[in-house]
Design a protein around this ligand. Sequence first.
Ligand SMILES: Nc1ncnc2c1ncn2[C@@H]1O[C@H](COP(=O)(O)OP(=O)(O)OP(=O)(O)O)[C@@H](O)[C@H]1O
Length: 275
Amino acid sequence: MPLFPDVIVDLATSRLGLGTAGGAVDSSRLVFRVVALMSCLQLKDLQLARSGRTVLEHLDGHFQAAAITALIGANGAGKSTLIQAIMGTLTPVSGSVECQVPAARRAWLPQQLALDLSFPMSVEELIMTGTWPSHGAFKGYCGAHYRRGREIMQRLGISHLAHRPLGELSGGQRQRALIGRTLMQEAELLLLDEPFANVDVDTVEILMDVLREMARKGATIIIVLHDMNQLAKLADDVLILTEGHGRWATPDALADRQTGLSRPPRLPLTFPGSV
Ligand SMILES: Nc1ncnc2c1ncn2[C@@H]1O[C@H](COP(=O)(O)OP(=O)(O)OP(=O)(O)O)[C@@H](O)[C@H]1O
């Protein structure tokens, strides 16, 4: 029964923001937020190291389902390290990552620089590979798969690029195609490492809409961001990594602490722990 204690803790710390002007709890919002708080991903006293050196320790807390959590921190704070531990590619020194999402429904979009897209593959072919984790790589695709692939490309505004090789795409077009693959996969847990870096404003807007839609449908989304305006627009929750530890915050509380203002406006901002 992990849910009920979470709600109590969140009420106590006001993370739910349920209070009314008179201090009473708004029960209609409570139902919505209780659903949102159902967590499929939890960190328990997690310690992570690289080459024998501790990067993060005593990390605790749950990521909300049906919500977007921004993961922030200065360069080298351990954001990618934590993402790798969540994806299961880095073994914790101690503690655990408890994830109820099946591996076939987890998707990870690394930083663009880490991607080798010289592999000869078209946009449509890339998107169709989103079926592989659940359907298998060698079974071929059925008509329903192709229909869904076309719908996804239309949603992302890349239908005209369907047969274009990945190596010939711009950074923004590539990000749209990669997000398209996660839609095809019907990812329930999506981790994105700086997905808006070097991407034009229109693409950012489209991708933000798509991510919000995925979260509304129940996905748990964790996104590494360096831009506080993007965070303010997108995130429901924030995990700040600083000096080897994690701290949870709401986007509003974070903005208030940094600017002394309620949003908007909120520029310019810096990360806690950055110099
Ligand atoms: N493969 C590796 N081997 C050894 N140390 C590593 C390795 N990868 C990262 N580190 C170190 O672990 C620490 C955390 O790195 P990590 O990449 O997780 O930070 P980050 O918050 O994602 O940084 P950035 O914002 O620059 O992407 C850094 O001190 C880094 O030098």
